[in-house]
Ligand binder design. Structure first.
Ligand code: ATP
Ligand code: MG
Length: 402
């Protein structure tokens, strides 16, 4: 009977000396992801993580949550057992196949044996052909196809024996670590959730920062960003989201500075505030959804002006993507439908009809100087931020966030 899951995590397996810590990080993240699902034991053996229910819960219940966890390459429903005699292997394999495919199905198959227990009296090929013979006897309509089988049945003899046939793909990537934190500037648009997702996929824990210009932007716009962060948190796990009130700063810019430069100036203040939050949150990089040439604020010259205010590295993983490629990814990670909901973004409120497209840094700095010292304004905005905590697709209370 299927009684566990075998987790594949390819990329981690090749990390040499770091392997141990990656595996433990992945196991910690798996345990955390499964805590609300039920009691499971999570163990590790030779490049495999094994998950077994330890109470009244089925192994199946853990599949869906794990196929959205970074670091998981694949989830294989398996039967796991200790008796490695051939009789036990036969019985367990046949039960497993009957449970997975029924008895009156018609399939081509192949048995693939991996044997790390080299003292075992039979070699892999012998075991495979003996198990194959049993399958042929038990399933009259099944035939062997060693080249392109419909079902590849894996029998792995390690400390225990695992039999599995199906790998349900996970998102891959690296397990997210609380030691690698970065701030993602999260608008309600299509791009920034994808950008955050791409960096989180490399093992980075995200802190989202959204600039909200109430009442110019509605509560619905804010809820949309919380929903995007919630969806992103399916993959990485924990995520904190700052909703920073941006109206006062925007109004000041609008009153004081040339209108055609407002977008760039706004973006510079966003970056500055995000960097201050990064510092407070122990984040060592910023992430934006910027993409070269999409809009006036994203020409090469504009990016230079925005970038000039940052000391931290700014990652723009979408910089070279075509819009369609970004949309395809947004659909894949399930943020697209939320992103296209028609609520306003603060960047579109005070924007000029003809914004500068090739701003010079010196000119932008001159306009900005008209504002005087903005430190207190920025601090005030951060202090008045509303904070949300998300974890694995849920909005949670701060005390359960970590
Ligand atoms: P997106 O699809 O992510 O909204 P965009 O194509 O609309 O991006 P811009 O509006 O120029 O482009 O924004 C570029 C980037 O600046 C965004 O991807 C995001 O990282 C950041 N950004 C813009 N507006 C906000 C906001 N209101 N709050 C937080 N970050 C923002
Ligand atoms: Mg936008």
């Amino acid at each position: 009977m299927r009684n566990g899951l075998l987790i594949k995590y390819g990329e981690i397996a090749i990390k040499g000396n770091n392997r141990w810590s990656f595996e433990h990080l992945l196991m910690d993240n798996i345990k955390e992801r499964l805590r609300p699902v039920g009691p499971f034991t999570v163990t590790k053996e030779q490049g495999r993580v094994l998950i077994e229910p330890s109470g009244d819960v089925s192994a199946e219940a853990a599949i869906e949550p794990l196929t959205r966890l970074f670091g998981v390459v694949g989830v294989c429903p398996a039967v796991i057992f200790t008796d490695d005699s051939m009789d036990s292997i036969y019985a367990n394999t046949l039960d497993f196949l009957k449970e997975s495919y029924g008895t009156d199905s018609r399939h081509t198959f192949k048995i693939e044996v991996r044997r790390s227990n080299k003292r075992y009296p039979l070699n892999s090929i012998e075991i495979a052909s003996m198990v194959g013979e049993q399958v042929l006897n038990a399933f009259s309509d099944w035939t062997v196809d060693v080249h392109q089988p419909e079902i590849k049945v894996f029998v792995e003899l390690r400390n225990r024996v695992y039999v599995y046939a199906q790998t349900i793909p996970g998102p891959g990537g690296m397990p997210v670590s609380p030691d690698n934190r970065a701030v993602v500037l999260l608008s309600g648009g299509i791009d920034s959730p994808v950008a955050g997702w791409m960096i989180a996929k490399r093992g980075v824990e995200l802190v989202g920062v959204y600039f909200h210009a109430h009442p110019y932007t509605s509560d619905r716009a804010k809820e949309k960003v919380v929903e995007l962060a919630r969806r992103m948190s399916f993959y990485g796990g924990r995520m904190k989201l700052y909703v920073v009130p941006f109206t006062d700063i925007e109004e000041k810019l609008d009153l004081t500075c040339p209108r055609d430069e407002i977008t760039i100036l706004m973006r510079r203040f966003m970056m500055r505030i995000a960097e201050k939050i990064a510092e407070a949150e122990n984040c060592i990089a910023l992430i934006t959804g910027e993409n070269l040439g999409q809009v006036a604020s994203q020409t090469l010259q504009s990016l230079v002006c925005t970038n000039a205010v940052c000391k931290l590295p700014v990652f723009r993983p979408l910089i070279g993507f075509d819009k369609q490629e970004i949309i395809d990814l947004a659909k894949k990670i399930d943020t697209y439908e939320t992103s296209i909901l028609p609520y306003q973004d603060c960047c579109t409120i005070f924007v000029a009809k003809h914004p500068v497209t090739k701003p010079k840094l010196s000119g932008i700095e001159r306009s900005e100087a008209l504002l005087g010292d903005m430190e207190a304004d920025m601090k005030d905005a951060i202090d008045r931020s509303e904070i949300y905590y998300l974890n694995a697709g849920h909005v949670v209370q701060p005390e359960t966030a970590r």
